[in-house]
Write a protein that binds this ligand. Structure first.
Ligand code: FA5
Length: 374
């Protein structure tokens, strides 16, 4: 930039002479018009509007002019730069429109051409079935909740009232990622053995009333055989509100089995024990194939329920007040029910799958008959 000068006239500064500014403007306009691609236009833009362009340098000279000369020079340079920017924007739109039109032609796909058959993929029946079950509860107003598969031992066991010496905590039942003696102090880290830790997480996250359903993968050190797999899926249900009773639990489960297996289905409860529910129960549903008619009837045996009339669904009960207290919920005001069951087992009896290994081996001969739901 020239040094400040109190006396000279802008027309004496070479870069600010009117004809010089016109030349710079015309060169810029010609360069934009000559640019035949967006890349070429970008180069012309840098050369004619960038910080080192002739017009930008001329603009800087204005700062050195005496005050009375600044307005006139500023107006000339400003008008030239305005014209240049306008021409640049117009050429940019032209070139973009040309490019879009070209891409549409070049990348056109003729969907009528004959093609080779390509095997189409579909989601695994376990996934689609699990979503269908979750949807039953979502349609009743339940919210889907999730929790981590690598879980703190505290959430998987302690918060759910498992005593420190409970057999489920043993290495032979649970995959430990980090033992209790690890860096985190008293709580270890496990692959969650059930979806019930999401009960505790949800209660700590939300204020009652809480209505959540949690579908997810769980892990146990079970051997892979016809009825067990070390990695399987569960669906957990938790409702905590004022005045909930076992009748609400039973009504909810009846609704679920009727939605999935037919309007004449029902459930029954058998006493059981879980540390995190009190009272606890095992829930069975009426066998949807024989509807109980195979019981004591050797002429009509039923493969689905082994002629027992009932099929075991999973565990359930009223949320133990100790769990409510551990999660900061007042058991004097609120009560809740919970329910958890295995998706693989349910898919087995719903579709007469005899061996659970078929579900995990990834053979399309198993999945194909379930259709192509995605
Ligand atoms: C539980 O896991 C409890 N969390 C259920 C519960 C939730 C009770 C809420 C009360 C309130 P259990 O260990 O029984 O319970 O497992 C539940 C279901 O998981 C079983 O009924 C069975 O269907 C399934 N299951 C268990 N082990 C396996 C396995 N190795 N492979 C496939 N499914 C399994």
């Amino acid at each position: 930039m020239s040094a400040p000068n109190k006396s000279y006239d802008p027309v004496e500064v070479e870069a600010l002479k009117p004809e010089e500014i016109e030349r710079m403007r015309d060169e810029a306009l010609a360069a934009f018009a000559a640019a035949d691609s967006l890349d070429a236009l970008h180069e012309a833009k840098v050369a004619h509007t960038g910080p080192a362009s002739p017009l930008a340098l001329a603009n800087r000279e204005i700062g050195a002019l005496p005050p009375h000369a600044k307005a006139d020079a500023g107006k000339r340079v400003g008008m030239a730069r305005g014209a240049v920017n306008k021409a640049l924007a117009a050429r940019q739109s032209e070139l973009e429109a040309e490019r879009d039109a070209r891409v549409l032609v070049e990348e056109a796909v003729d969907v009528t051409l004959p093609h080779d058959r390509v095997p189409a993929g579909a989601r695994h029946p376990l996934t689609t079935f699990m979503e269908r079950v979750a949807d039953v509860f979502v349609s009743m107003g339940y919210e889907i909740a999730e929790g981590p598969e690598v879980e703190a031992e505290w959430f998987n066991f302690d918060a759910l009232n498992f005593t420190p010496d409970h057999p489920a905590r043993q290495m032979q039942d649970t995959f430990f990622v980090e033992g209790p003696e690890g860096d985190r102090g008293e709580s270890g880290v496990v692959l969650r053995t059930h979806t019930s830790p999401v009960q505790a997480r949800s209660l700590l996250d939300r204020e009652p009333p809480v209505y959540i359903v949690c579908p997810g993968r769980v892990y146990r050190t079970d051997e892979l055989d016809a009825t067990h797999t070390p990695v399987f899926h569960q669906i957990e249900l938790l409702a905590v509100d004022e005045g909930l009773t076992m009748a609400d639990l039973k009504g909810t489960m009846d609704h679920m089995v009727q939605s999935l297996f037919g309007a004449d289905m029902k459930t029954r409860l058998r006493p059981n024990y879980f540390p995190f529910t009190e009272p606890s129960a095992e829930m069975d549903m009426l066998c949807y194939v024989c509807k109980g008619e195979s019981v004591g009837n050797p002429d009509r045996p039923c493969r689905t329920c082994s002629s027992e009339g009932w099929i075991e669904l999973g565990g359930c009960g009223m949320v133990n007040p100790r769990v409510l207290v551990a999660c900061g919920v007042d058991p004097e005001k609120y009560s809740g029910f919970a329910f958890g069951f295995g998706i693989e087992r349910m898919l087995m009896f719903r579709h007469n799958v005899e061996d659970m290994r078929d579900m995990v081996e990834g053979d399309v001969r198993f999945t194909r008959p379930f259709g192509m739901e995605i």
